[in-house]
Design a protein around this ligand. Structure first.
Ligand SMILES: [Zn+2]
Ligand SMILES: [Zn+2]
Ligand SMILES: [Zn+2]
Length: 169
């Protein structure tokens, strides 16, 4: 479990089926005598394939070939899914509700808290402000301010921003 969950906007979740457990190899890599780094499983048909940091990227190839949009990690210590179409990282809570993980929001909050705590910066951040190794802090702030204006921001995210010292809408 990582990140801050928000309501998912993915419209493909009703395609998710009960599939058999994944395999412990990428069959497409085995067939061409190749190797892989991490395994993913299609949540529509159960196909096991390798991740995008693997040489052959068979999970993405499976999506392109079949249009099956949702896959999950088969890494033992992880439990997340990914929608290729919405480019959304998803997790399912104990009640079966799907939530989206917004890594961009979490990273920005983390950087903002650090800078505000040690007095290196104050709100509002400059539009071109960056943090860490080039994280676009100004763009991050503008993104969630825009969502707030549009009324599309997740309420938990709004509350978290309001808890930053000096935050004003
Ligand atoms: Zn989707
Ligand atoms: Zn593969
Ligand atoms: Zn599939």
């Amino acid at each position: 479990m990582y990140g801050h969950p928000v309501k998912s906007t993915c419209t493909h979740l009703d395609l998710v089926a009960d599939v058999d457990p994944g395999e412990d190899v990428c069959p497409a890599c085995v067939a061409i005598d190749s190797s892989w780094l991490h395994l993913r499983q299609c949540r529509i048909c159960g196909n096991t394939a390798c991740c995008d940091t693997s040489l052959n990227k068979h999970a993405t190839a499976h999506f392109r070939d079949t249009g099956h949009p949702i896959m999950r990690t088969l890494e033992a210590d992880q439990d997340w899914s990914w929608c290729f179409i919405d480019e959304e990282t998803l997790e399912q809570d104990a009640d079966g509700r799907w939530r989206s993980i917004d890594g961009f929001f979490d990273a920005g909050v983390w950087f903002a808290r650090g800078l505000l705590a040690d007095g290196t910066a104050s709100l509002p951040f400059a539009a071109e402000a960056t943090a860490g190794e080039g994280f676009p802090l100004g763009v991050w702030e503008a993104t969630y301010r825009r969502r707030h204006r549009d009324g599309t921001i997740d309420p938990e995210q709004a509350a978290e921003l309001e808890s930053l010292p000096g935050w004003r809408w």
